[in-house]
Design a protein around this ligand. Structure first.
Ligand code: SF4
Ligand code: SF4
Ligand code: SF4
Ligand code: FES
Length: 577
């Protein structure tokens, strides 16, 4: 890229052609105020809070949407700039339900931060916001449109990351709004509950449904035995909520925090991910050998399952029937665990900590339980766990290390990488290869399926049979794969699809702010965990062997089918989730 010379506040700097003023200013440690800008999204320039002066320009220019040019002279610190930015913020606040004390985003809100930065302690404009009812009757996502600042970041997340447009723009000028289709409850639209919009929202207008009270209640009930499982992607993101270095691996501190919060047993979803591989790998081999529906597509990601049920209901046979690790853990927690622990299943409360909002919906599906009991009782996102730890007053970064408990606390490296796009595929290949060929893998890494590229492809030789595989993340990419299947142009045998960009490490319930750069760091951290573990293949997990030897029998056997597999159904066209 060609270099050009500009000045910002009289500081000369050489920058790449094509950069915006906002990006150029960052190079000299100036953070120009912004609200509608998100580094991973296209730029619409809605809010104008980033207005700056450019010498020769008739009006102030939006720094997020204005590209630099040779000789450009920018000022971010003049009175005109300051007054304009402050007035724009005051106008936003005048139309905003200011309830910081009771707002989920209190302390991590971009509007609140800017108000503090501009010392907006005494509002000059009267508050005229229309107090709309909070949409709080859904399973996963709560919307408070009286807090919406119309930045459009949710709509862009939904369209640009997921290709869905369950939220979009309506009206012009003062009637401009960011709305779901026909103003409907999100669950009744094309929405798949992935939560990417909640992660993109700069304020508290779109948030995950908070279920922490249900967990507190269970923990305080002496008749209940409360166990918790933690998904692989949580341990490389939770530290963000406590200002630790991005993508820190906090597994051992997280275990201690959960134990100190009062959980009776702290288990690992990685164990269940290993069981998933045993089931899904066996299912794949059975489909290949017996002429089953191919390509087979992974089914761990509930946003992806919702997408299939709503958008491609005629293609459901391609989905693996194996439940997700969360639900496999849940089913075993109410069947196998009572058997080995001697605790009555009715007294067990199973809590999940997940990077994902759609996991709340998955756990609530009527087929995910037995005998009037849910397999997973409560699902918390990484953000909710962060709030519980903060509420308890733990100095998270200083906590001593802790270890997961038996009998569902050992996970292999294969289970750990489930949290990154390509990880389920790689984990499956490590097992499927050895089972199909009877040979030991010389090298366990399948690097072709790693990385942030939207769709990755490769080929594996299974005893002379070439198997074509593909990995996609983000539903926009998933749609490309599904269209090729529909058109009969797809020659893959096995496909991994994750709803969220980057996989679970970029899930809609992860700490805010999550960017592509942060997701890549989290991916690397998961591969580091994998490399550091003594066991890296699911079929070598001793606790997995035990559960098959003493309870399930064999993968895809009778009991596995009953407990660990599921069915999918076309979503009602009225989308009454
Ligand atoms: S969205 Fe931000 S500014 Fe608004 S009430 Fe919540 S914390 Fe306060
Ligand atoms: S949850 Fe996902 S699908 Fe639903 S509106 Fe938000 S981004 Fe779109
Ligand atoms: S809901 Fe949030 S992300 Fe969407 S427009 Fe409103 S403030 Fe922006
Ligand atoms: S941040 Fe630039 S216009 Fe909103």
């Amino acid at each position: 890229m060609a270099k050009i010379n500009i000045t910002i506040n009289n500081i000369p700097l050489e920058v790449e052609e094509g950069m915006t003023i906002l990006q150029a200013a960052k190079l000299i440690q100036i953070d120009i105020p912004h609200l509608c800008y998100h580094p991973d999204q296209s730029v619409r320039g809605h809010c104008r809070v980033c207005s700056v002066e450019v010498v020769g320009g008739r009006k102030l220019m939006p720094a997020c949407a204005t590209k630099v040019w040779e000789g450009m002279e920018v000022f971010t610190n003049t009175k005109k700039v300051y007054d304009t930015q402050k007035l724009l913020l005051e106008m936003i606040l005048a139309n905003h339900k200011q309830e910081c004390l009771t707002c989920q985003r209190n302390g991590n809100c971009e509007l609140q931060n800017l108000s503090k930065r501009f010392n907006l302690t005494t509002p000059k404009l009267p508050n005229v916001v229309e107090k709309l009812p909070v949409e709080n009757n859904a399973t996963c996502i709560v919307r408070d449109l009286s807090k919406c600042i119309k930045c459009g970041r949710c709509a862009k997340a939904c369209r640009e990351f997921q290709g869905i447009e369950a939220i979009s723009y309506t009206g012009r000028s003062s009637h401009f709004k960011v709305m779901s289709a026909f103003g409907e409850n999100l669950e009744k639209t094309d929405c798949v509950l992935c939560g990417q919009c909640t992660a993109a929202c700069p304020v508290g207008a779109l948030v995950e449904k908070d279920d922490t009270d249900k967990v507190y209640e269970a923990l305080q009930d002496p008749t209940k035995h409360v166990i918790v499982q933690v998904a692989p992607a949580v341990r490389v993101a939770l530290g963000d909520a406590f200002g630790m270095e991005k993508a820190s691996i906090v597994t051992a501190k997280m275990v201690t925090a959960l134990r100190r919060l009062g959980f009776d047993q702290v288990f690992d979803t990685n164990f269940a991910a290993d069981v998933t591989i045993m089931e899904e790998g066996t299912e794949l081999l059975e489909r290949v050998q017996n002429g089953g529906t191919l390509p087979m597509i992974t089914s761990c990601s509930p946003g992806w399952i919702n997408f299939m049920e709503k958008h491609y209901p005629d293609q459901l046979a391609h989905l693996s029937t194996t439940k997700s690790p969360q639900q496999i853990f849940g089913a075993l927690s109410k069947t196998y665990y009572p058997k080995v622990s001697g605790i009555d299943a009715k007294d067990i409360v199973t809590v999940s900590i997940m990077p994902c909002t759609a996991k709340k919906y998955e756990a609530a599906r009527p087929e995910m339980g037995r005998d009037g009991m849910r397999d997973v009782d409560v699902v918390l996102t990484t953000r909710e766990l962060g709030r519980m730890i903060a509420q308890a007053g733990f100095e998270f970064a200083e906590l001593p290390d802790g270890d997961f408990d038996a009998p569902m606390g050992i996970g292999t490296g294969a289970g750990a990488i489930f949290g990154a796009t390509g990880g389920v595929m790689e984990a499956a290949l490590r097992t499927v290869y050895e089972v199909a060929t009877g040979k030991e893998l010389a090298k366990v890494e399948f690097k072709d399926v790693r990385g942030y590229e939207g769709i990755k492809e490769s080929e594996v030789d299974l005893n002379g049979t070439k198997v074509r595989i593909a990995v996609a993340h983000g539903l926009k990419n998933a749609r490309v794969i599904m269209e090729s299947i529909k058109a009969g142009k797809c020659d893959y045998t096995f496909i991994e699809i994750m709803a969220c960009p980057g996989g679970c490490i970029g899930g809609g319930g992860q700490p805010i702010k999550t960017t592509v750069d942060i997701k890549k760091m989290r991916m690397d951290a998961l591969y580091d965990i994998d490399e550091s573990l003594p066991l890296r293949k699911s079929h070598e997990n001793p606790q997995v062997k035990e559960v098959y030897d003493n309870f399930l029998g064999k993968p895809c056997g009778h009991l596995s089918h009953d407990l660990l597999h599921t069915t999918y159904q076309k979503a009602d066209k009225k989308y009454t989730f």
